[in-house]
Design a protein around this ligand. Structure first.
Ligand SMILES: NC(=O)c1ccc[n+]([C@@H]2O[C@H](COP(=O)([O-])OP(=O)(O)OC[C@H]3O[C@@H](n4cnc5c(N)ncnc54)[C@H](O)[C@@H]3O)[C@@H](O)[C@H]2O)c1
Length: 252
């Protein structure tokens, strides 16, 4: 049998029950990894497990990553079930809704930034023990440019890009690479129903490739960053947006 690009690796994917996380978990498993999906949505998690049956060795941990005990729990669970940890894809994300700016800030920061940071910290000793590893954060183009999201969401994703650089700088000596993906507009349940076909058509005109993205296309970037193919890539924030945010203005 041909070796997969993640053969022998153990990967944890947070927010792995849907969208980008699910597509990444599926691809990681297809490339030989044993994958622990972590998601707070138990029903979607079970559905994801059913979908991934036969894709490889995939297990589910139902947990809210923003809970204080979650980062240690997910690292421990990966160790208990698979005996090691080589890849953390901290991907769970929320819009950060709430009545007041304070509620929106706390909601966005708790999952998108604080939990991602604490999950990475909890994973570090195990990545080091394995001789090195890869942390992949799902940030967003919203961390670099202003689009449709709330200021609190944008700030949380900008923070995540800053975190990527800092951890990459500190953890490189342990052979732990830390990178972020900045997806553009990817068609997942994250995109609300207010995105009517008419609005989507207008949006697509602003994207160089003329279309929105698919979660599987972001999963390919995650696979690259997770795998040894990216052995000299750390501290990067890779934009995968079909050429959306390259425009200051369009004259053609
Ligand atoms: N879809 C896009 O256009 C887009 C663009 C840029 C960035 N992103 C980012 O990509 C990531 C994945 O988004 P998606 O589009 O796949 O969305 P999605 O809604 O399809 O999937 C997100 C998953 O994360 C889970 N989740 C959310 N908060 C959680 C928590 N606190 N604990 C555990 N699980 C939690 C949800 O239950 C869901 O299964 C997010 O970080 C999002 O901000 C998405």
């Amino acid at each position: 049998m041909q070796e997969g690009r993640l053969s022998g690796k153990v990967a944890v994917v947070t927010g792995g029950a849907s969208g980008i996380g699910l597509a990444s978990a599926e691809l990681f498993a297809a490339e030989g990894a044993r994958v622990l999906i972590v998601d707070r949505d138990a029903e979607a998690g079970e559905e994801a497990l059913r979908r991934l049956q036969g894709a490889g060795q995939v297990e589910l941990l139902v947990a809210d990553v923003s809970a204080d005990a979650a980062p240690e729990l997910l690292a421990r669970t990966a160790l208990e079930r698979f005996g090691a940890l080589h890849v953390l894809m901290a991907n769970a994300g929320v819009h950060g809704r709430g009545e007041s700016p304070a509620e929106r800030f706390d909601a966005a920061a708790a999952t998108n930034l604080r939990a991602a940071s604490l999950c990475a910290e909890a994973a570090l000793p195990h990545l080091r023990h394995a001789g090195g590893g890869s942390v992949v954060f799902t940030a967003s183009v919203a961390g670099a440019v202003v689009g449709f999201a709330s200021p609190q969401y944008d700030a949380s994703k900008a923070g995540l890009i800053g975190l990527t650089r800092h951890l990459a700088s500190r953890w490189g000596r342990h052979n732990v690479r830390v990178n972020a993906i900045c997806p553009g507009f990817i068609e997942t349940p994250f995109i609300g129903p207010h995105w009517t076909e008419e609005r989507l058509q207008a949006l697509r005109r602003d994207i160089a490739l003329g279309r929105t993205g698919r979660p599987e296309e972001i999963a390919q970037v995650a696979l690259f960053l997770a795998s040894d193919a990216a052995s000299y890539v750390t501290g990067a924030a890779i934009v995968a947006d079909g050429g959306w945010t390259i425009h200051f203005a369009k004259y053609h």
